[in-house]
Design a protein around this ligand. Sequence first.
Ligand code: AQP
Length: 326
Amino acid sequence: MTRVLSGVQPSGDLHLGNYLGALRQWAVHQHDHDAFYCIVDLHALTLEIDPKVLRARTLDTAANLLAAGLDPEVCTVFVQSHVPEHPRLTWLLECTATMGELNRMTQFKDKGRGQDAVRAGLFTYPVLMAADILLYDADRVPVGDDQRQHLELTREVAVRFNNRYGPTFTVPEAAIPTVGARVMDLQHPERKMSKSVDSPLGTVAMLDDPAEVARKVRKAVTDTDGEVRYDPEAKPGLSNLLELLAAATDRRPEDVATDYERYGDLKRDLTDALVELLRPVRARHAELSSDPGALHAVLARGAARAHEVAAATYARAAAAMGLLPA
Ligand code: AQP
């Protein structure tokens, strides 16, 4: 069976972008792949985060993943820091990637903008992500469009390592959905919806209640020309709404656009579709959160299974580079 690996940071409340761009695909892939899904808490340390909040969010992210349809009997759900081979392999890969490659990554520039002191970890983040993926010999990595550049770096590092030290890593492919891969902020449609950016009206959380979803969609920024047309360049706000309705109803945004003449009608149907899409997720999350002990048990089983695979890959990579076995 081919293997998939993907991760999510416990850096804030999960939102529609995370759900449509990633989690929904993860739930599908778990049935036809050997699937590993990781809560990447070490990545969340690259930006300011209160330790108590990080701890609580890590467990809540686990509840969100299961609520989004991951079945721990079918796939492996675990926390990155529970598997020590992630930072260990990162060092080996930091000695394989180059400063020039990391300098070309756009995400650390976006996330570091406006900060007095950017953490070194924000700069080397893509190498930790490469380690996350390569440790599991993943063939496919289901991610949103924002991770395309990091995936490409992972492939380059894997190929270089294999050429330099002999065949060690599987070179992974990105699996990016055709619709929903880049959900934009409802108030600032020029930037992606994001957990760590403060945009309360622009971000629809996976657990928002129907009234909140309705309020945010009603206030979503559009334009004044009044024509319903899918045109992300000229009409980014409206096109984002069309993409969301298309993603929620498994259609193409161009086709959805032909059903509407008025923005208000589109917003009404989008609200209904999102409320229905998120209803089961909210209900399952409420159940799962009432039993933290069961969530801890799922994560402990996941870490044990992930560790078996990761330890073997790490040993192979360390030996290939010439490190003396302990
Ligand atoms: N707006 C988005 N549209 C589609 N997919 C998205 N993803 C994130 N935002 C969107 C996908 O969700 C998965 C998990 O993301 P992450 O937690 O690794 O962090 P990120 O990509 O940096 O996403 P966020 O939500 O913006 O988090 P913060 O603000 O913490 O950085 C990934 O597959 C991602 O592509």
